[in-house]
Ligand binder design. Structure first.
Ligand SMILES: [Zn+2]
Length: 147
């Protein structure tokens, strides 16, 4: 077993402490780092899992990226793509929906595309989610080239 962040071998204890808690295998040092990010940003665990799944496929995501107004769960700044994980999708209120729409408007103004993904989609369909995001990234890259 190796750390998903740095690739160093991890012990069974380290695996249990990370995989069983956040769903990603990390060494002690990187688990501490990720836990601090979660604590500071209230990052959903699904964002962490998606982040590492995307990294594994060769993408270059950034976790909790500060866009000048707010922290974005996962961002691809080169293609100006923001990904937010929705944890309370079923309970969305009108106010929240309007706030989300307003946030999307602001990011569009800055040339960013924001996609919101329900956390359960990441939890149960991680591979499909990753596949679709990779598709979006390559389309955005193609569009940038055209411009
Ligand atoms: Zn590590």
């Amino acid at each position: 077993m190796t750390c998903k962040e740095c690739g160093t071998k991890i012990t069974h204890e380290e695996y249990e402490a990370s995989y069983d808690v956040i769903g990603v295998a990390l060494c002690e040092k990187h688990l501490k780092l990720i836990k601090r990010i979660i604590l500071n940003n209230n990052t959903p665990l699904e964002a962490i899992q998606l982040f590492y799944a995307l990294k594994e496929r060769g993408a270059q995501p950034m976790l909790e990226w500060w866009d000048g107004n707010k922290s974005v769960d996962i961002a691809f700044s080169r293609v100006k793509l923001n990904i937010e994980i929705d944890t309370e999708y079923d309970l969305i209120t009108h106010e929240q929906a309007l706030k989300d729409l307003e946030e999307s408007m602001h990011s569009f103004k800055n040339g960013f595309t924001t996609i919101r993904i329900p956390h359960l989609t990441v939890k149960y369909y991680l591979d499909d989610t990753v596949e679709n995001i990779l598709g979006i990234i390559s389309s955005l890259k193609a569009n940038i080239k055209v411009i």
